[in-house]
Design a protein around this ligand. Structure first.
Ligand SMILES: Cc1ncc(COP(=O)(O)O)c(C=O)c1O
Length: 452
């Protein structure tokens, strides 16, 4: 492999005191980091003045890019008027209430209640609290087990990481004993062995088997992302979600759709569950709800759950100091106004996503590309040594890491997962910016092919 100069050059802003999340601290001491100092449209600018086209929307957050004056103005107006009040003990703020109403307008039919948190992780903790409470209140207290998936991602609190199926995270913690994992519907992993529909069927069957082994009377819920994001933009075969829905309904197991990435237009419709045609009981949201401008997450519940937990059961003993924080909610309100009052989501569905799908699909001709997947404004590129196989180019994902670094060096922010690259550009990206991004990824693939 040819040497690749470090993507990180001396960064005088880094004193070494800040501990970066999901970072190898020892390696970081050697390589240093990259600090971002400005954002504009779909571009981010680093500490050396390099301008990068952000192919990841921050961290799947900035669907509307970095220059939304309306959100900024809403935040400053809220700071001027009421910078904080809490939502405990029957209190809250007007902005918090207004955002809850706005969200209900955007949620799938039947969802009329939301509980706010500060992040997707806390929202998934809240999901567990919520479904345990629900089954306690309907006198099914044994229903406490939760089923999730291998290679799913649901956050980094103890509950979030337990629900997630990330091996590296589980190795560093003791997970919750009542969380279990079943197969993911990852077709490319089974290339040459099973057709995608078989993969969908087998993955759904592993859920049915797990519920039956635990006893449906003990299982509260199944949680999954409509499309696994952090796991590698894994788009399930079309038979998967209908089968999952049937399995859960026939066994009285609730479905939690973790829409932290898939929500707010990312998959081409408002919600990932709408794209895949299933009806969950609870929805997790975060990230793009404020366009990443403020930390905010939450759980939306359907009528079946709401009817029980809002009846005479007593206090729901759960919440965070900043649940429904007015400044975060002001950002959320302005963001939703943009989603709802402009034609952005229609443009995504009818123009941007089809252009994206065609542009990224062109990469499948590249000699080291084994598969290209896309849905809405998500994409994944699997790197292989030999086309038509899943033989990887180098151990330990080295080729994909190299490819990611090449893209970044050339001004395109993309993410590496395993032996692939993933992308999630802002929904406001133009067709010509998409073409630039794909050309940048193509050049990085060329550099990778030459290097290995
Ligand atoms: C599907 C999903 N759920 C939950 C989370 C956790 O969200 P947060 O990082 O805001 O806690 C993430 C974060 O990427 C996610 O992708």
């Amino acid at each position: 492999m040819a040497s690749q100069s470090s993507a990180m050059s001396q960064n005088t802003l880094e004193s070494g005191r800040f501990l970066h999340p999901f970072t190898d601290f020892a390696e970081y001491k050697q390589t240093g980091g990259r600090t971002y100092v400005a954002g504009e449209g779909v571009f981010i600018i680093d500490h050396q003045g390099n301008r990068l086209l952000d192919g990841m929307s921050g961290l799947w957050c900035t669907n509307l890019g970095y220059s939304q004056t309306r959100i900024k103005d809403a935040i400053t107006a809220q700071l001027d008027r009421l910078p904080f009040y809490n939502s405990f003990f029957n209190c809250t703020t007007d902005t918090t209430l207004r955002l809850a109403d706005r969200l209900v307008e955007a949620l799938p039919h039947g969802f009329e209640h939301v509980f706010f948190t500060n992040s997707g992780s806390e929202a998934n903790d809240t999901n567990i609290r919520m479904v345990h409470r629900y089954f306690d209140l309907i006198d099914q207290p044994n229903k406490k087990q939760i089923i999730a998936r291998t290679n799913g991602y649901h956050g980094s609190t103890i509950a979030g990481a337990s629900l997630g199926g990330m091996k590296g995270m589980h190795e560093q913690m003791t997970g919750l004993p009542y969380v279990h994992h079943v197969d993911q519907p990852y077709s490319f992993e089974h290339l040459g062995e099973h057709l995608p529909e078989t993969v969908g069927q087998l993955a759904a069957q592993s859920l049915a088997d797990k519920i039956d082994a635990l006893g449906a009377e003990n299982v509260a819920a199944f949680i999954a992302e409509p499309i696994q994001g952090a796991g590698g933009v894994i788009i399930p075969p079309s038979n998967y979600w209908p089968l999952v829905e049937e399995i859960c309904r026939s066994r009285d197991v609730l479905i939690i759709s973790d829409e932290v990435i898939c929500g707010f237009g990312r998959t081409g419709q408002w919600w990932g569950c709408q794209t895949f045609g299933f009806e969950p009981d609870l929805i997790t949201f975060a990230k793009a709800v404020t366009n990443g401008y403020q930390p905010l997450g939450g759980v939306a519940i359907n009528g079946k759950i709401a009817e029980v937990i809002t009846q005479d059961g007593g206090e729901f003993a759960h919440g965070f100091t900043y649940s429904g924080h007015p400044v975060a909610c002001a950002a959320g309100l302005a963001t939703l106004e943009i989603y709802q009052e402009t034609d952005l989501l229609d443009t995504v569905t009818n123009t941007t996503a089809p252009h994206w799908a065609a542009a990224i699909a062109r990469l499948s001709d590249h000699e080291i590309v084994g598969e290209v997947r896309s849905q809405g404004m998500l994409g994944a590129i699997e790197l292989v040594r030999k086309k038509g196989t899943k033989d990887r180019i180098a151990p330990d994902s080295a080729a994909a890491v190299f490819c990611r670094n090449s893209a970044i060096q050339n001004g395109f922010m993309v993410r590496q997962v395993g032996d692939g690259l993933i992308l999630s550009p802002p929904l406001i990206i133009t067709e010509s910016e998409i073409d630039q991004l794909i050309a940048g990824v193509h050049a990085a693939l060329d550099a990778t092919a030459a290097a290995f």
